[in-house]
Every structure is written in structure tokens, then in C-alpha cells.
Ligand binder design. Structure first.
Ligand SMILES: Cc1cc2nc3c(=O)[nH]c(=O)nc-3n(C[C@H](O)[C@H](O)[C@H](O)COP(=O)(O)OP(=O)(O)OC[C@H]3O[C@@H](n4cnc5c(N)ncnc54)[C@H](O)[C@@H]3O)c2cc1C
Length: 394
């Protein structure tokens, strides 16, 4: 019986386990993770940051009995500390070895903490695990203000949750504008205005110098913050792979079959990159995990990553952006805009060389699916406009 061993029980690891079981009903599938909770939906953490009832079972990827029903052996609370490819085994921190015929690395990523003085003090947090959320909830109890360092989607989701829980929130973003890779200037401006109306102050171009108890100090000001959340991106967990001689760049390098350079070792999700790209998104984790599981069980599946979309729900609005929204100052872009009559909903299609190259929508998600498809097919901008003709902005 073929032994498939998966390290990591996030979206990628569980998708891999499911695909392996589907492909080969006889193989053994073991998932080892250092986390102790039932595998859960990580994106829910920022969206429910202040929900005191949040627990893994409520946001679980699958209910507990799913693992038994699919004969997936879930080993929790074990940290793998070494890969031993010469022995086709891995070892945990207690020295126990686990053998495999195929190994899948689904190790995820860790939050990046910029080297800011005071970033390691109590009251400063990142959000990656359910335990982080529980700690933040304990610390904000009875407090009145918070700062979020980083104005990306996760930072804004955290800010929206904290604001909803009654805290005065300041978001400090280092870049001159919000999400410059995903949003054009006008959309970024709109989002800042919406946030301000909801009581969340977003300040861009902020260089943080120090975090002190109760405040964050930047080059231009001082902001009260009993609690500080750092949301400054992630770094792929590659140490184990590197030590074992697996080729890594910023993440573990894989091909479109999720194979690494070592035979019978696959990688997927936030710890992996294909063609130099590591989106660190849920959809990427699922696509790569499914291919890794299928191929580890004897399949020949190639995967393709679609155009990633950025979505945000919070502050009383919605946002979706995908593709290139005028990010290159040297390129010539065209745009087709549509607003609803309240001015609260906005949709823009961006074109380059007569073809759609991106889109943004704020306050509405109507036509999102159509635009995602149009972008995937890189249709003429006039064709994209036609697609939306009968879909009202809101
Ligand atoms: C708060 C938050 C909100 C997000 N929101 C969105 C969103 O709205 N949309 C979106 O597309 N994406 C979002 N993401 C990103 C998305 O959650 C990730 O892309 C996805 O979860 C990656 O899954 P993964 O399985 O690759 O990694 P992970 O979910 O990180 O799983 C990796 C697992 O491996 C375990 N592990 C690592 N090393 C070891 C070891 N040595 N031994 C044993 N176990 C180990 C880890 O503990 C973890 O359980 C969000 C992420 C976060 C943190």
C-alpha cells in the first residue's frame, strides 16, 4: 500500500489529502500538523477577529468525522523538524520518524514582522493562527484604541473588525497609497474615504520608527494604540525544505505538477512558488494542493493558476480588484467607468492595447464573475463592456 505523507493541515494540505484519497482509494494518507485544532479556514480569522465565539470547529474546513470517513490519519500537535529524503522519512521534534512513498510539503507561511523597535513587545500582534485571535481578543478587552500597521486587505479586515468592536483604529501604511499593485489612485482614495466615514483613519506614506507601550511613533506623528497589529505580508516557510536540499527561491520551487527538484517530494500552497509566483492566496493553495495530492497518488495533473482577485468585505462596503489597474506609469491605459446614482457603488474596467487588463469594483460585486472570466480570456475591452451592458452597477 502506497504511503502518502502530508506536512501541514491548512487549505493546501487538506486539499492534497482529499485529492490523494480520491485518486487512490487504497493508499494510506497521513497529515501531520503542529496545530492542535481541527483544520480551519484561515481567512476567517481577520474577518471575525473580535468574535469571542470564534473557534476552529465553527470555521473548520471539514467536520471531524470527514477525516475518519475518508480514512485520513490526522496527527496533530507534532512539529516536523527534519526531512530525511535519503531515508524517505521525516522526523518530528521528539525524534519519531514517519516514512513515506510520496511526501507533500504544505507548510504555509509566517507573518513578516518588519524590524521596528518595540515590535516584539506585549500588545503587538500578528494574525496567522486561531491562538493569535484569542490573544488579541483578551488584550483589547476594555481598551479604546488600536493601530494596524499595513493597509493591505488583511490589515483593513482587522481594522474593520476592531472598529466594529468599538475601538478607535488608525491604519498606518508605508506606501504612498493603498494597495498600489492592485488599485489605481482613484479606487484607493475612495476606499480611504469610505473607511474614514466608518471612523477608521488610514494614513499612507507612514515610516514607523518605534512602537512604545500605548503608542506608535512614525517619522511624522504619534498615534495612540493600546493594541498594535502588524499586517505586513508573509514569508513562505522554506527552512525545512532548504535544509533537505530542495531548491527554494522566496518559496519552494515547484513545476506545474507541484513537484520539487527531489523525487517523490511535492510542495503546495503558501510555501510554494510556480514560475516565480507565490500568490499566498486560498485559491492557489487549493489548486496546488489538489494537483500535489493527485500526483503523489499516481496522477499526472498539471495545474494552472487563474488571475488572482483581491476581495475585501468590511467597513460597510465590498471591494474586488484583479489584474493590472494602471500600475505601470509608462503604459497607456484606457478605462470604462460605471457608477450607481448614489455614488456608493463604482465599477471600472481597465484596458491596455484594446484588451481588458484589469478591473476594480467598490460597493458592488455585480458583474464580478463576468469580469473575472473576461480577464482570464483577455478579451477586447469593448467585449468586456458589452458583457456588463445588462448588469446594473448595484
Ligand atoms: C488572517 C488571514 C486572512 C486571509 N484572508 C484571505 C482571503 O480573504 N482570501 C484569500 O485568498 N486568502 C486569504 N488568506 C491567505 C490564505 O489563508 C492562505 O493562502 C492559505 O490558508 C494557505 O494555505 P496553506 O495550506 O498553504 O498554509 P497554512 O494554512 O499556513 O497551513 C500550513 C500548516 O502547516 C503547519 N506547519 C508548518 N510547518 C510545520 C512543521 N514543521 N511541522 C508541522 N506542521 C507545520 C502550520 O502550522 C499550518 O497548520 C488569509 C490568510 C490569513 C492569515
Amino acid at each position: 500500500m502506497k504511503k502518502i505523507l502530508i506536512i501541514g493541515s491548512g487549505a493546501a494540505g487538506i486539499a492534497a489529502a482529499e485529492a490523494a484519497r480520491e485518486r487512490d482509494t487504497d493508499c494510506s494518507v497521513t497529515v501531520i500538523s503542529q496545530e492542535t485544532e481541527l483544520p480551519y479556514n484561515r481567512p476567517m480569522l481577520t474577518k471575525n477577529l473580535c468574535d469571542s465565539a470564534i473557534e476552529a470547529a465553527k470555521i473548520a474546513i471539514h467536520p471531524a468525522n470527514w477525516y475518519q470517513d475518508h480514512r485520513i490519519n490526522l496527527i496533530q500537535g507534532k512539529k516536523i523538524t527534519a526531512l530525511l529524503p535519503d531515508k524517505s522519512a521525516v522526523a518530528d521534534s521528539e525524534g519519531t520518524q514517519y516514512e513515506y512513498d510520496s511526501l507533500i510539503l504544505a507548510l504555509g507561511a509566517s507573518c513578516f514582522v518588519p524590524p521596528i523597535a518595540g515590535s516584539d513587545s506585549a500588545g503587538v500582534h500578528t494574525i496567522r493562527k486561531i491562538a493569535d485571535v484569542k490573544l488579541i481578543q483578551e488584550q483589547i478587552a476594555g481598551k479604546s484604541n488600536a493601530a494596524v500597521i499595513g493597509g493591505g486587505v488583511l490589515g483593513l479586515e482587522a481594522a474593520a473588525s476592531l472598529s466594529k468592536a468599538g475601538l478607535k483604529v488608525t491604519v498606518l501604511e508605508a506606501m504612498p497609497r493603498l494597495m498600489p499593485r492592485q488599485l489605481d489612485e482613484e479606487a484607493a482614495e475612495n476606499l480611504m474615504q469610505i473607511a474614514a466615514e466608518k471612523g477608521v483613519l488610514i494614513l499612507t506614506g507612514q515610516k514607523i520608527t518605534t512602537i512604545e507601550p500605548g503608542r506608535v511613533i512614525t517619522e511624522t506623528g504619534t498615534y495612540s494604540a493600546d493594541t498594535v497589529i502588524i499586517s505586513a505580508g508573509v514569508r513562505a516557510n522554506i527552512q525545512l525544505a532548504k535544509e533537505a536540499g530542495i531548491v527554494c527561491d522566496r518559496a519552494i520551487v515547484i513545476n506545474d505538477k507541484a513537484e520539487t527538484n527531489l523525487p517523490h517530494i511535492y510542495a503546495c500552497g503558501d510555501c510554494a512558488q510556480l514560475n516565480g509566483v507565490n500568490y499566498a492566496l486560498w485559491s492557489q493553495a487549493l489548486a496546488e494542493g489538489t494537483a500535489a495530492g493527485n500526483n503523489a497518488a499516481g496522477g499526472e495533473e498539471s495545474f494552472r493558476l487563474g488571475s488572482p482577485s483581491l476581495t475585501f468585505f468590511g467597513l460597510g462596503t465590498t471591494l474586488c480588484a484583479a489584474g493590472d489597474n494602471s500600475s505601470n506609469p509608462d503604459a497607456e491605459y484606457t478605462s470604462i467607468d460605471a457608477n450607481d446614482n448614489t455614488g456608493r457603488a463604482f465599477r471600472r474596467i481597465t484596458g491596455k492595447d484594446d484588451h481588458i487588463c484589469g478591473f476594480e469594483m467598490i460597493g458592488t460585486l455585480k458583474g464580478m464573475k463576468e469580469l473575472q472570466e473576461a480577464l482570464g480570456k483577455h478579451v477586447m475591452i469593448s467585449e468586456a463592456e458589452q458583457l456588463l451592458k445588462d448588469i446594473p452597477v448595484r
